[in-house]
Every structure is written in C-alpha cells, then in structure tokens.
Design a protein around this ligand. Structure first.
Ligand SMILES: Cc1cc2nc3c(=O)[nH]c(=O)nc-3n(C[C@H](O)[C@H](O)[C@H](O)COP(=O)(O)OP(=O)(O)OC[C@H]3O[C@@H](n4cnc5c(N)ncnc54)[C@H](O)[C@@H]3O)c2cc1C
Length: 291
C-alpha cells in the first residue's frame, strides 16, 4: 500500500530542520528511520503534508561516554546499539532491549531516538530508559533543553517534545559500581511488539542491600510505566526471594494492561510479575560481574 502524497525536505543541519518544522507547523513530521511513521502513513493513521527527513544529518550517530553520561545521538540505529562493544560491556540492559526489537531489516533503519519520540507504549526502549533514569535532549528554535524521561511520555503517542523540537540526544547517567540491569520481553513471534516486558536496573550498597532500583514496564498501559512502589520497596533491602516476590507483585499491581489479541489482562500482569523477578535476579548477577 502506498502512503498519501506528501512534500519532502532533506535539511543539511539541525537548525535548518528546526526552521522547516516552524515553517510548516502541524503539517510537518520529522522522518528518521521511517519504521513507524511510514507504516502509519500507509495505513492512513498519519497524513503529514511535509516530511522533514533528518535520517542522514551528519553528527548525530555517536555512542560515547562523556561527563558521567552515556550519550546516544539522535540518529543512532538499533543495529549500532547491537554492535556497540561499549553498550554490551557497560549497559547490557540496552543491548538486551535493542536485540528484541523487530527484525534485522527494521533494526538497520530504526533509531533509538525515533523509538522514544514516537511515544508508543508498546515500544521497548521507553521502559529501559525509565529504569535507567535517562534524559532526553530536545533541540528547538531556542536551543537545547533536557527533559527527564519521567516527564517525557505524556499520553499515548504524545511526548513532551514541542511541535518544532527534535530529539537530538539521549543521556543516561553512568551506573555506579555494583550496578546491573536486564530487559525481559515476551513476544508472540520473533519481531512482534511485546505482549509485556520489564526493564530492571539495580545498584547495590557494599553490604549487598539495594541502593537504588529502576523498573520500567512495556505495553501495559497508555504510556510506558515506572513501577515506583516496587522501586521504593526495594531500597535498603537485601534481594532475597521474599523481597523479590514482593517487588514483583508491586510491579504487577502498577501495570494497567487491557485484554486484547496478545492475551487477557490478568495474563499480562502475570508476565510483569515473572519478568520483574527474572530481571531482579539477572540484575544481581550482572552487578556481580556476570554476563
Ligand atoms: C515490522 C516492525 C516491527 C516492529 N517491532 C518493534 C518492536 O518489537 N519493538 C519496538 O520498540 N519497536 C518496534 N517497531 C517500531 C520501530 O522500531 C520504532 O518505532 C522505530 O524505532 C521508530 O524509529 P524511526 O527512526 O524509524 O522513527 P520514524 O518512523 O522515522 O518516526 C517515528 C515518529 O517519531 C518522530 N520522530 C522520529 N525521530 C525523531 C526525532 N529525532 N525527533 C523528533 N521526532 C522524531 C516522527 O516524526 C514520527 O512521529 C517495529 C516496526 C516495524 C516496522
């Protein structure tokens, strides 16, 4: 199926792209990898009059550590994340996440920035970024601003990005020593969106108690969710089986799934419970140097 007709612009700089957004207003959409926008246009769910293609803008495809952050440029593709030694070694939770997104063809084009900017609660990176306490850098007519990820997902398919802002960077605080994390997802078949998924990131104190925990939930609500009660419960505790079970129950209580073709709501809550347990155990293992 072909999308409806549209005008196309390929700016050479971020400021040119921002200016084009300002010029065309609500009629314009940023095009990055096109892996969500083009299918939506083909289905007539989106009908932008203008596509502002930033997919080949130079200087936005970096993955680097700087000033206490992992910085992921706005045009980094899923395939770049999968092949990054830095991500694999220091941020295995992000590697876990990228490798279960869609299929290799999609991952060669789809960007992490687009995955967040799309605001789809079924997308996988939002939960992981919630667990990691990331910040999103938005560049607009007045320059750059940082948006904490907890403020970023406003409602279904709506983010805190302004109409003429572009997501140009994702900043993830470098995890302190004794940290580990993991992402667990159930998909009906390879390449599918999550029936449900959980991202868990934990930092431990030297005595083995939990210093901080981040738990993000995928596709069990109108936005990606943060299981804050489970996170608060874990702080200061040893992660023994009783604590893990209790945190998993609190995470399941935070989920607001609906019954649909992927399964009944109760089943999805059960998945959140089980994946939180697995995530916490894996986070503990990785914090102790495991893979
Ligand atoms: C077959 C298939 C299976 C998929 N399975 C999964 C899956 O399992 N898990 C998953 O998470 N995703 C999945 N996806 C979705 C896809 O991975 C993401 O939504 C994609 O990464 C979006 O990034 P993009 O660069 O392609 O964005 P685009 O499609 O180009 O844009 C998506 C939206 O975000 C906006 N946008 C994009 N980049 C920016 C930016 N830098 N600044 C501001 N706005 C921006 C666009 O205007 C548009 O509204 C699947 C897609 C397909 C086609």
């Amino acid at each position: 199926m072909y999308p409806p007709s549209f005008e196309y612009a390929r700016p050479q700089t971020i400021s040119e792209a921002v200016a084009l957004l300002g010029q065309h207003g609500d009629d314009a959409k940023i095009l990055s990898g096109g892996q969500s926008l083009i299918p939506m246009m083909k289905l007539r769910v989106a009908r932008p009059g203008w596509l502002i293609d930033i997919g080949r803008l130079p200087g936005l495809s970096y993955i680097k550590e700087e000033s206490g952050y992992l910085k992921i440029g706005g045009l980094v593709r899923e395939a770049d994340i999968e092949s990054s030694e830095l991500i694999r070694a220091k941020f295995p939770i992000i590697h876990d996440t990228a490798r279960v997104i869609a299929d290799p063809l999609v991952r060669n084009l789809a960007t992490v920035g687009g995955n967040l900017a799309h605001g789809d609660p079924a997308n996988d990176h939002p939960a992981t970024m919630l667990a990691l306490g990331a910040k999103v850098v938005a560049t607009g007519p007045r320059g750059e601003r940082e948006i904490p990820i907890t403020d970023f997902f406003v409602s279904i398919f709506t983010t805190a990005l302004g109409p003429n802002e572009i997501l140009t960077e994702i900043r993830i605080p470098a995890p302190p020593p004794r940290s580990g994390g993991a992402y667990f997802k159930l998909e009906r078949k390879v390449g599918d969106f999550a029936t449900a998924a959980v991202a868990v990131q934990v930092t431990f104190n030297p005595d083995g108690t939990c210093k901080a925990a981040g738990i993000g939930l995928t596709n069990v609500g109108p936005t990606p969710l943060k299981a804050t009660q489970a996170e608060d419960f874990l702080r200061g505790r040893k992660l023994d089986e009783a604590a893990i079970n209790q945190a998993a129950q609190l995470a399941a209580d935070a989920a607001q799934p609906s019954s649909d073709l992927r399964g009944p709501a109760e089943y999805k809550k059960g998945l959140i419970r089980e994946f939180t347990k697995r995530g916490l155990r894996k986070a503990m293992e990785r914090a102790q140097g495991g893979k």
